[in-house]
Design a protein around this ligand. Structure first.
Ligand code: FMN
Length: 256
C-alpha cells in the first residue's frame, strides 16, 4: 500500500492498491546515466476534484473570440506569464518547438495589419477560399478588414520551430512540431482567458509575411497570430452552440 500526503484528501481515501511493475521506470542503468526526480503531484479528494472540474469547465465555457479589441493597455508582464504557462506544454522529445514573438509597437502592428489585409483580400474578394470554406465562415461574418490588429495592445505571433539550429549552426530535428505547438497554443489561450484577457485565434493565410515583417529566421514558420487585450466593451460575437459531450466523446467498453 502506498499513500500520498495531501491536506485535501482524508487518510482513509489516500490508500490505493500498490502495483508491482514488471518493467519499472526508470530502469537502474538509465537512472545512473540521466537525472530523475520524484514527480510532485497534488492528490485531491473526489469532492474537491468534482468542484474544480466543474468550475474549470464553467470558466472555459465562457471563453469567446472577439473581433474588436479595446486599445486599453495591458502590462507586458501578463503576456510574459501567459507565454511562460504555454511553454509548460508537453512536446515531442521535450523539444519545445515554439517561439512566441510579441509586439506592441504601433508601426509593426500597422505593417502586420496591412500585410494580413492584403492576403485576406485575395482570400475573400478574389475567391482564394473556395465556396465551401466561405459558406462555413458565413455565420461568423469575417472579412478582409483586420482593424483589430492595430487596436489590440499586443500581437503575439506563435511560430513553430521546424528544426533547431545549434550554437554551432547545425540543424537538429524537432519532433511532432505541429502537435506540440498546437498544445502550447491551447494553453496560451487558456492562460489568457484565466487571467481575464481575450484573444482571437487568427490565421490570415498564407502567413509567411509574418516571418518577414518580424524578422524571424528560416527555421520558424508562423502558426497563429494572436491579438491580445480586452474585448471592446459591448462587442458582439456570433451566437454559437458547442457540440454536446455525446458528439465529441465516445466510451469504448470492450475490445472490437
Ligand atoms: C486554427 C484556427 C484558426 C482560426 N482562424 C481564424 C481567423 O483567421 N479569423 C477569425 O476571425 N477567426 C479565426 N478563428 C476563430 C474561430 O472562428 C473561433 O474560434 C470559432 O468560431 C469559435 O468561436 P469561439 O472561439 O468564440 O468559441 C480560428 C480558430 C482556430 C482554432
Amino acid at each position: 500500500m502506498t499513500a500520498r500526503q495531501s491536506p485535501d484528501r482524508p487518510q482513509e481515501q489516500r490508500v490505493y492498491e500498490h502495483h508491482d511493475y514488471e518493467h519499472p521506470y526508470p530502469p537502474a542503468d538509465l537512472e545512473a546515466e540521466y537525472p530523475f526526480e520524484e514527480m510532485k503531484f497534488v492528490s485531491r479528494s473526489p469532492e474537491v476534484m468534482a468542484e474544480r472540474a466543474q468550475s474549470f469547465f464553467d470558466l472555459m465555457d465562457a471563453r469567446r473570440s472577439p473581433r474588436m479589441f479595446s486599445p486599453e493597455p495591458v502590462p507586458l508582464e501578463l503576456i510574459e506569464l501567459a507565454v511562460a504557462a504555454a511553454s509548460t506544454a508537453p512536446s515531442g522529445a521535450h523539444k519545445q518547438p515554439w517561439r512566441f514573438v510579441v509586439t506592441g509597437d504601433p508601426d509593426v502592428k500597422k505593417a502586420i495589419r496591412a500585410a494580413a489585409e492584403e492576403e485576406e483580400r485575395v482570400n475573400y474578394l478574389d475567391n482564394r477560399m473556395n465556396q465551401e470554406w466561405q459558406q462555413a465562415l458565413a455565420p461568423l461574418g469575417t472579412d478582409h478588414h483586420k482593424e483589430f490588429l492595430e487596436v489590440a495592445p499586443w500581437l503575439v505571433v506563435l511560430f513553430e520551430e521546424r528544426y533547431e539550429v545549434t550554437a554551432e549552426g547545425e540543424r537538429r530535428k524537432n519532433y511532432y512540431v505541429k502537435e506540440s505547438t498546437g498544445i502550447a497554443a491551447g494553453m496560451f489561450i487558456t492562460a489568457l482567458h484565466n487571467m481575464g484577457l481575450a484573444t482571437l485565434t487568427h490565421t490570415p493565410s498564407p502567413m509567411n509575411f509574418l516571418r518577414t515583417v518580424l524578422g524571424r529566421p528560416e527555421n520558424e514558420r508562423p502558426f497563429v497570430l494572436f491579438p491580445v487585450g480586452y474585448p471592446l466593451p459591448g462587442v458582439k460575437v456570433p451566437t454559437l452552440g458547442r457540440k454536446s459531450l455525446e458528439e465529441v466523446m465516445v466510451t469504448v467498453t470492450k475490445p472490437h
